[in-house]
Design a protein around this ligand. Sequence first.
Ligand code: CTP
Length: 416
Amino acid sequence: MVQERITLLQNKRIVLGVTGGIAAYKVVDLASKLTQAGALVDVVMTAAAREFVTPLTFQAVTGRAVHTALWGMNSGGLPTHIAHIGLGESADLLLIAPATANTLAKMAAGLADDLLTVTVLAARCPLLVSPAMDGGMYEHAATQENLATLRRRGVLVAEPEEGRFASGLVGKGRLPETQTLIGAVRHTLGRLGRLRHRKIVITAGGTREPLDPVRFITNRSSGKQGYALAQAALDLGAQVVLVSAARTLLAPYGAQVVPVETAEEMCAAVVEHMKDADALLMAAAVADFRPQTIAEQKIKKREGSSDGLHLDLVRTPDILLTVSEMHKKAQTAPVLVGFAAESEHLLENAASKLRRKGLDLLVANDIRSSDAGFDVDTNRAVILDKNGGQEVLALASKAVIAESIMQRVGDLMIRP
Ligand code: CTP
């Protein structure tokens, strides 16, 4: 998979501490993807890590020197243990992945007997650890107590996943996938962004309206634009609730995902979360109609008959309108953003939806082009505002489109 550049990571200095677990080989991919995304990755390896992967491998994927020794002279003639104090001092993030039980124990005790643990003590940046270990080592009381100590000191922990270990045992302790770890890095770096302390509700995907136990009516929405918006909001430090009717996408790290199926379920979840939220972005494609009744058993054809099937459809709630009216009554004014996918009269239809639903912004896109809209990874759109303004967003990845939209939402949320 090609890694897109990530705005938040541009020229961010990440010190990646690699310790000696089998998962060290997976972190080569992480170092590579972080570099491709725009970060400057300085790898520090423990002696045990070098038993699994060579420094040359990390040097090749990061294009930067890899640091291993505490003692000796560096190229500038300084003893390396002094020169490398600078590694931790000037970094934006110190990430240790995989973090073995041994390194976590040393960190909890404040030991500094190799370059990585010296760097940990010298670091003035956020510290994120991704524990990974075999067997029952993660669940062991010693490891858990060490992690609790580190958390108390403000260290952030990317939880390991359940799965099968190299030893064949099954349990909790596997290093998360690269994209999850990149999500954890973004979450850590974005925490103090301009939307910190703001709660944003985002909907995504196409709702499903059941006909019977096996069939449903839905639409072509993939949820990709909504998920990209959630990631863009997290990058700015927002608290994100993602009310999702999409099923197959990886949840952005740090988002609270509320899975829903129908328009009614989505409406209930949105109304609940909007009680204390600052913005709503309705990127979901909500079904406007649902079958009036849901058959308890699978609908059958009549034997020997060529009769068609008549379906009675009834309206679903208009979620944006419901929320807009709820806030008018309560005299609160969260930022409300709608999305309109149109196949004709794009701007006229979009402008009338913006007015009708009482929105601050409406993002309109023309679904007739094959490089924008449903399911593809790119989009182009026009942002309409309630004062009649229009901003054209040229063809770009959904991530870039999401960033532009979130900037506009951020400007409205942080009203002077
Ligand atoms: N929307 C909603 N509740 C619905 C339908 C739509 O909140 N029951 C939201 C969508 O999530 C989107 C915006 O309203 O942000 C516009 O959706 P769209 O389907 O284009 O608008 P409709 O009002 O349903 O108009 P149309 O007749 O074109 O379907």
